[in-house]
Design a protein around this ligand. Structure first.
Ligand SMILES: Cc1cc2nc3c(=O)[nH]c(=O)nc-3n(C[C@H](O)[C@H](O)[C@H](O)COP(=O)(O)OP(=O)(O)OC[C@H]3O[C@@H](n4cnc5c(N)ncnc54)[C@H](O)[C@@H]3O)c2cc1C
Length: 342
């Protein structure tokens, strides 16, 4: 089966879908409201083994490996520096047959764009009215948490909800020898490798939180937290009010010709680091379904059956983890953590 597809949104989900559908022989148009792609939505992505395998199936595995770094050692600590538990990255690697890896968001977008050489991407164009999409056989809503495609075809009941914290995200031009997350009282700080000589960090504190409040808030937390904040120019920090979609959608497809992928379908809090992974898995599953089914409505049903429940389970787990981390009873939380087997 082939045809004409329009993809709304050129984030990870939209671009990966474009790569997959193009491989399946479809004619693709991508429409992106931004004039150009920027670094919004996380300076680096942790990509788990299943999402890496989906990248392999999209023909992008080697390019990904050239830019990604493995993530093997990380711990959860208290603000004073004491380790509460280790992150089970060895278990992830044993189960997945390869390590979790991190990649800078611009590198991942570049890999996707390079695979789309010759495809029309209409930057600086915002889809407002779904009637604009009527000339296409397939419409893919990859337009993120505030998806207009979702609002137009799936009703307005499912909407973005804030969780009451704000993340400030940055990349420091320095390496550090410990990685992981540090959990305080209603706030946490994460620091991961991203590429040699650079460290990705995110500081999460109760909303609203101005950039100017971040350094003082974390000043007494253990090394390297104040050092990472001091090493990053606040003008480059990205602020993000943490949110997720609620209630979960009853379907990701509509009318035999519309499908949602990525945050448009299941935006989640980033605590499990799986939003982009899920977007990649959606994109690969959708393009595989379209390539292997004789008719489009059957392909979309197969996509929905494969991806909806797993992605919604991850979103729920992520939201629950956010609640656990930011509890106002950190002693109880830390006691539970210490008892966990690692
Ligand atoms: C602090 C933080 C850390 C994270 N860390 C990780 C991690 O380690 N691992 C991981 O897997 N995920 C992580 N994520 C999640 C990840 O960033 C998102 O899940 C992922 O980027 C979603 O991709 P997407 O393509 O679905 O949506 P988006 O990246 O939001 O892309 C949607 C695109 O659609 C465009 N658009 C919107 N409306 C329109 C319109 N009307 N017309 C045209 N274009 C439109 C937007 O401009 C945008 O470019 C993190 C997120 C945050 C906030």
């Amino acid at each position: 089966m082939g045809g004409k597809a329009v993809i709304v949104g050129a984030g990870v989900g939209g671009l990966a879908t474009a790569v997959g559908l193009r491989r399946a022989g479809w004619e693709i148009t991508v429409i992106e409201r931004r004039a150009e792609l920027d670094g919004f939505g996380g300076a680096a992505f942790g990509i788990n083994p299943p999402a890496q395998k989906a990248l392999d199936r999209l023909g992008l595995g080697e390019a990904f490996l050239r830019k990604a770094v493995p993530y093997r050692q990380a711990a959860i600590r208290e603000p004073g520096g004491r380790t509460l538990t280790r992150l089970p990255l060895d278990r992830v690697e044993r189960r997945g047959g390869r390590p979790e890896r991190l990649i800078a968001r611009p590198h991942l977008l570049r890999i996707l764009l390079d695979a789309l050489d010759g495809i029309e991407i209409r930057y600086g164009e915002r889809v407002g009215d779904p009637a604009e999409l009527s000339g296409y056989d397939l419409v893919v809503g990859a337009d993120g948490i505030g998806s207009g495609v979702r609002a137009a075809y799936f009703g307005g009941r499912t909407a973005q909800r804030e969780v009451g914290t704000m993340a400030w995200i940055g990349v420091a031009d320095t390496d550090v020898d410990v990685h992981g997350e540090t959990w305080g009282d209603g706030a946490f700080f994460g620091y991961t490798p991203v590429e040699p000589g650079r460290t990705n960090w995110y500081a999460v504190l109760p909303s609203p939180a101005e950039a100017a409040s971040v350094r003082p808030y974390f000043a007494s937390w253990h090394d390297p937290i104040p050092r990472l904040l001091a090493a990053t120019d606040p003008a480059t920090w990205i602020g993000y009010r943490m949110r997720y979609l609620h209630p979960a959608l009853p379907t990701y497809v509509h009318g035999g010709r519309v499908a949602l992928v990525g945050d448009a379908a299941h935006a989640m809090t980033p605590n499990l680091g799986q939003g982009a992974c899920s977007a990649i898995l959606d994109s690969e599953a959708l393009s595989r379904a379209v390539a292997t089914h004789a008719d489009l409505p059957a392909a979309l049903r197969a996509y929905d059956a494969e991806r909806r429940r797993p992605s919604q389970r991850v979103a729920l787990a992520s939201r629950s983890l956010h609640r656990f981390i930011t509890t106002r009873h950190p002693r109880l939380r830390d006691g539970v953590l210490r008892m966990l087997p690692v």
